[in-house]
Design a protein around this ligand. Structure first.
Ligand code: GCW
Length: 720
């Protein structure tokens, strides 16, 4: 045996002992226990339940640890009670048992289902208060009890006092879901954290314990739905073989109040069902879907519904048969009539029209269909009119379909945000859209009010996030990307939370409770998006051309259609830069209310972050900063890339409060980010310079590479 073999041998014994200690039964450790048994490698996310160190707070908590009282027998309440037991054990070192006979007792935590009228979304709200010497967590629903339990544990994890405790919260949106773009072969479209969590080849017999941990993390945020497969869907998910696999995952999700949904391939009646057509008005096709939905409900009685990408980017859809999106969606909705499920139909649709502005496409397609959708349909709209850019104006669909419930689609995975090497805290992106004023019913008609149904009285309301999870040990690849999953979940529950509040919470739960360290990390997180925009797409540039969406390739001018090139979006020429969307250009601005148009119509008044979204601006045009467009661009690109250095400094200042493994992981990723930020800055500056024909302003480091050299290094990343 060589020395290396010996080392390996001892390592195996140690690992074996460790898992044995975690799970004496020898079975797979699952759920909360599996999370607890690991070191701080990021796996436990924001549910670390580290021992409470504040002695006075701890003694307050200990007063309520004689029992967990819970008379309801439901599966989800049992989950909540189990979670409390794990939490109390780890936070306070106390084993607390659950009981159903606790009448007259005090000194415990009581989980109580309230009867009476439901005033919250599906009764999912909760209340936490002190009464009769107990902490009472109450709700009208089991889900609400679970959310209240997690809120209480969050409060305890943050070591906050419970003197006079009285908290109440209810979700503003009914369907709060993740969309996984996971393929059946285990790859993830636009995923940067490893392979898919769903192991289709092992299911249904083997149910990976990680599914429980996934469900737990989501439930702790109030997420109550998950779409397991990519919107570029495979028909195989409609087969009986796969339905039973999905059912096995759904049975794990159910315990955490999460409904399971599937993306569907619109042409499945033909490809899977053997019909001659998938025309939504064909009676046989309608019957096929009805039967399919019934088949699914037989296996998954609480199935959530379908998510559909149709007639978009080559996917089949009703228009293949001369029908409308409403025809397609309503046919599916009809199949869901006997059940609780819904149809989520995506508005991410744009035709290959060389003369059109892709910005306008979804509005043109969907606004005429307002009022034509079945009540079981929600139209899911991306936050911006194009495609998850680092900054986009809000989609003009919001507010313009008063008779159709519109759901929000945010992207958590960092497709255009530097994958898993750039630290970009996304809450400000989500908030910017939610807080935008559509003015449809006068000032204050924010996108958030469209989404939560209060503006138009929608009862089915939805917020979806394209997931950033994968099978990386820490779930999201970049440790700080966990904050984006967290922020999405918290905002889907309550869009009024601020980016700052959410960051503070997440840092305290996940990274450190050292105040000074926390402040450094928080300021870094809150600025990270603006810094990224500065070195990547300043002043309203965008970069959504086809491809991997990694490094900018502003020179890219070949594609199977014009809007799959880079030059289509930035429109750089010898006179200037930017897309004219005013009356002299595509007039996309006309899709907004006059008050919004007024903000963005005049290039001299348009806020700089949106300028090039709406105007073609001359290179020498003086901006509100006193600099010309060219000077401003260079200033942004350079200071943006330089600011990554500042992020590195903030991270280093936080080091004393951080776990060494997490510190090093992020510090190394920041080095990559710094290198790439300079590279991306150079790609843009050198390319734009060929049009602007001006030197980089004084004071900025001159370019070390030529445009050709930068192009070459981008191409290396694109080679097969
Ligand atoms: O942004 C584009 C992505 C595609 C994605 C598509 C969509 C799932 O580049 O990968 O496909 O959006 O949202 O449908």
């Amino acid at each position: 045996m060589t020395k290396r073999h010996l080392l390996l041998f001892f390592a195996c014994i140690l690992i074996g002992l460790k898992s044995f200690a975690a799970d004496p039964s020898g079975a797979d450790a699952s759920g909360a226990d599996a999370m607890a048994s690991e070191g701080d490698d990021g796996y436990r996310l924001w549910l670390k339940y580290e021992p409470v160190t504040n002695a006075s707070v701890k003694s307050e908590y200990l007063k309520y640890t004689t029992f967990i009282g819970c008379s309801a027998k439901g599966e989800i309440v049992q989950t909540a009670s189990g979670e409390l037991q794990v939490g109390l054990k780890q936070l306070l070192g106390k084993s607390v048992s659950a009981t159903s006979s606790f009448a007259g007792r005090s000194g415990g935590i009581v989980l109580r289902i309230e009867t009476g009228a439901d005033t919250t979304q599906q009764g999912e709200g909760y209340r936490i208060q002190l009464s009769g010497g107990n902490i009472i967590v109450s709700s009208k629903s089991e889900n609400g009890i679970l959310y209240g339990t997690f809120a209480l544990l969050r409060h305890m994890q943050m070591q906050q006092t419970i003197k006079g405790l009285s908290m109440a919260s209810s979700p503003k949106v009914r369907y709060r879901m993740l969309n996984h773009w996971d393929n059946p072969d285990g790859t993830i479209e636009r995923g940067y954290a490893g392979q898919s969590l769903w192991k289709w080849y092992e299911l249904p017999e083997r149910v990976d314990p990680r599914y429980t941990d996934y469900a737990r993390a989501n439930a702790s945020l109030g997420i109550n739905g998950t779409v397991l497969n990519n919107v570029n869907a495979s028909a195989r998910f409609m087969s009986q073989e796969y339905i039973v696999k999905v059912a096995a995952v759904a049975s794990v999700m159910r315990k955490y109040g999460i409904k399971t949904y599937l993306s569907v391939y619109f042409a499945a009646p033909k490809t899977l069902g053997g019909l001659t057509t998938s025309d939504p008005l064909d009676p046989q096709v309608r019957a096929w879907w009805k039967e399919k939905v019934a088949q699914i409900y037989k296996e998954i009685p609480d199935f959530g519904g379908f998510l559909v990408k149709a007639n978009s980017e080559g996917e089949p859809g009703p228009q293949d048969y001369g029908r409308t999106h409403a025809d397609g969606a309503n046919m599916l909705a009809e199949a869901f009539k006997p059940y609780d499920g819904i149809v989520v139909w995506r508005a991410f649709v744009y035709k290959a029209d060389p003369n059109a502005d892709r910005f306008k496409a979804a509005y043109e397609e969907f606004v005429p269909l307002d009022g034509k959708f079945d009540p079981k349909v929600i139209v899911q709209v991306k936050n911006g009119p194009i495609d998850f850019q680092p900054r986009e104006p809000f989609s003009p669909l919001f507010g313009n379909m008063p008779k159709t419930p519109l759901g929000m689609e945010f992207q958590i995975t960092q497709e255009y945000l530097g994958f898993a090497t750039h630290a970009v805290y996304e809450a400000p992106i989500f908030k910017e859209c939610l807080d935008s004023d559509t003015y449809v019913n006068g000032a204050g008609s924010t996108v958030a009010k469209v989404i939560d149904g209060s503006l138009h009285g929608y009862t089915r309301t939805l917020m979806a996030g394209v997931a950033n999870t994968g099978n990386s040990r820490n779930w999201t690849g970049h440790p700080l990307a966990q904050a984006n999953w967290y922020a999405f979940g918290r905002l889907s529950w309550d869009h009024q939370l601020t980016s700052e509040q959410i960051a503070r919470e997440w840092i305290a739960l996940t990274l450190t409770q050292n105040q000074k360290a926390g402040e450094h990390i928080k300021s870094f997180m809150l600025r990270s998006r603006e810094i990224y925009v500065d070195y990547n797409t300043p002043i309203g540039l965008s970069r959504p051309w086809m491809g991997v969406h990694f490094a900018p390739e502003p020179w890219q001018n070949k594609g199977s259609r014009p809007d799959w090139t880079a030059v289509y979006y930035h429109r750089a020429d010898s006179t200037g830069l930017g897309f004219d969307r005013t009356t002299s250009g595509s007039n996309a601005l006309a899709q907004y209310r006059p008050e919004v148009q007024k903000k963005w119509n005049n290039p001299d008044q348009t806020p700089l972050p949106y300028l090039l979204w709406f105007h073609h601006v001359r290179w020498d045009h003086k901006l509100s900063t006193g600099r010309s467009l060219w000077e401003e661009l260079c200033t942004r690109f350079y200071t943006g890339a330089d600011s990554v250095k500042w992020m590195q400094q903030q991270w280093d200042l936080a080091k004393p409060g951080l776990d060494p493994q997490v510190y090093t992981d992020v510090a190394e990723r920041l080095k990559v980010q710094r290198r790439e930020a300079i590279w991306w800055r150079d790609a843009w500056v050198l390319y734009l310079q060929t049009f602007a024909k001006q030197p980089v302003p004084q004071g900025f480091e001159p370019q070390k590479q030529t445009l050709e050299e930068v192009k070459k290094s981008v191409n290396v990343y694109l080679m097969r």
